[in-house]
Design a protein around this ligand. Structure first.
Ligand SMILES: Nc1ncnc2c1ncn2[C@@H]1O[C@H](COP(=O)(O)OP(=O)(O)OP(=O)(O)O)[C@@H](O)[C@H]1O
Ligand SMILES: [Mg+2]
Length: 477
């Protein structure tokens, strides 16, 4: 068996496809939006860091040179920041800060406004990668003469400091560099609560709109399916589909109606042919009967008359069959329990020697919608069969379940061989045993009964029991 994860109904499948597509587009849209937002947040982070660094610088620059290491160590900073005092700006493992970032940081430093007497001797802007870390080093204002002799030669990438001011013309203690760093975290847009909330809200709204739209679109498909089902049950009486709605639906409805009309005409033609032949055969049969009366051989005459009687019975049954197919009896509210009791009583009256084995069990009343005459004909056929071929008819009416009511007709006969189960429903089909018994049926009973029950939206199923046959009739309540 092929494993199919797709939902069975067309509506659910369409909704699923649209929702998956919608979710994908949502993700893409939100991602673009969030990336832009993250860029902005980064810029703000960079500037804030720069201002923080400038504040720390001012604080340390104001302190006595001797106290600066202690002040730097005590400086309160956020957990991702570090502050250190060194003889040189730390360059190892770092690269020059990219221009747009450097501009943002510089703007942050100068927006703070450092007094002229505290201006740094130089500012070095670097970044360390993995993890991304911004590094700002300030040359403290009171230090050794410029240019600065760098221990260990020039910087690894030969980069000069970003800014230098003219050195003061006096000898000073060695120039110290204050370095402030901060770590920037990589962006994770889908982790932001805004992302999830926006996604969920949009998916819910989108889901509602998609579901409503798909349901609305599929209404005509459901109507078409229901019409086809109804037509299958009752070819003659099914109403045509209304040809309204979108153009494709009108085309489909029109095609369906044309097809239904053709099938109906075909069935009617066939039934007409059947009844016409049946009807026309009556006269020659009557004529033959008259002629048979003049036969001299008594035995042959009796046999011929018996054959002609059988032919006449078959012709009448054929006419009745034709009438059943074209029945236009309207639906009415009827009590199925009383109907069954009546049929059981009538059958028992007709077959007094089996009356003891003919009974009804079930509720007193059970109203359903049905065509009274047709349904009585169908159930009588089945109950008579049980008595005729099974010597008993035990009828049980079960309480309705899931909108369906069930009738079991059990007998005590030989049952029906499994290979004949379907064929006994064919018109004129009789089993050898019944021929031998001379029960005199025409073989149309089951065929008519199933036609009628199916036209009601139900069905007839045969099953062999340990002793006898069970005929199960289901009907919608
Ligand atoms: N309860 C049953 N037990 C055994 N055989 C059955 C039973 N009901 C029907 N059959 C077999 O199925 C055949 C077809 O039944 P169906 O009712 O269609 O025709 P019929 O009873 O022979 O004639 P009709 O009902 O037209 O008078 C019967 O001839 C009989 O052989
Ligand atoms: Mg019968």
């Amino acid at each position: 068996m092929r494993l199919c994860l797709l939902p069975q109904s067309l509506a659910r499948r369409t909704i699923l496809f649209l929702l998956v597509g919608f979710a994908f587009i949502q993700m893409l849209g939100l991602l673009v939006h969030t990336v832009n937002q993250i860029k902005l947040e980064r810029l703000v982070d960079e500037q804030e860091f720069a201002t923080r660094a400038a504040i720390i610088y001012r604080h340390i620059a104001l302190a006595q040179p001797g106290d600066r290491a202690m002040v730097a160590a005590k400086e309160p900073v956020p957990k991702d920041d570090t502050v250190s005092l060194t003889l040189n700006p730390p360059l190892e493992g770092t690269v020059r800060m990219p221009l747009p970032m450097a501009e943002a940081v510089r703007a942050g430093i100068f927006s703070y406004g450092i007094p002229p007497n505290l201006r740094p001797r130089g500012i070095v802007l670097r970044v360390a990668l993995h993890p991304l870390r911004l590094i700002v080093s300030f040359g403290l204002p009171d230090g050794l003469l410029f240019p600065l002799p760098m221990p260990g030669g020039p910087t690894p990438d030969g980069a000069p400091p970003d800014m230098m001011w003219p050195p003061p013309d006096q000898l000073l203690p060695p120039l110290m560099w204050l370095t402030v760093t901060t770590e920037l975290h990589p962006p994770a847009p889908w982790r932001s609560p805004g992302f999830a909330t926006a996604f969920i809200v949009m998916m819910l709204l989108g889901g509602v709109v998609i579901t409503l739209a798909v349901r609305q679109l599929l209404v005509p498909v459901k109507t078409l399916a229901a019409a086809a089902e109804l037509f299958g049950r009752d070819v003659v009486n099914a109403k045509p589909l209304p040809e309204v709605g979108p153009s494709e639906i009108v085309t489909a409805a029109r095609a369906f109606n044309t097809m239904a009309a053709r099938i109906r005409r075909f069935v009617e033609d066939r039934t007409f042919l059947l009844t016409a032949i049946g009807h026309d055969l009556r006269t020659p049969i009557t004529r033959l009967k008259l002629r048979a009366e003049y036969m001299e051989d008594d035995e042959q005459r009796a046999k011929m008359l018996a054959d002609l009687d059988e032919m006449e019975a078959m012709v009448s049954a054929t006419l009745a069959f034709g009438k059943d197919i074209t029945t236009t009896e309207p639906l009415a509210r009827l009590d199925l329990a009383s109907l069954l009791r009546t049929i059981v009583d009538e059958t028992a009256d007709m077959e007094p020697e089996r009356a003891a084995a003919t009974d009804y069990q079930g509720p007193q009343h059970l109203p359903i919608n049905a065509r009274p005459l047709a349904l009585k004909r169908a159930l009588s056929n089945l109950i008579t069969n049980a008595v005729k071929y099974g010597d008993a008819a035990r009828v049980t009416l079960h309480a309705p379940a899931k909108g369906v009511v069930r009738i079991d007709i059990d007998d005590e006969g030989p049952g029906i061989p499994p290979e004949e189960m379907e064929r006994v429903f064919e018109p004129f089909r009789r089993l050898e045993t019944s021929r031998n018994r001379e029960t005199g049926g025409s073989g149309l009973g089951l065929s008519i009964a199933r036609n009628i029950v199916r036209a009601h939206g139900g069905d007839i199923v045969l099953t062999n029991q340990e002793k006898g046959l069970r005929v199960t009739v289901t009907l919608p309540v």
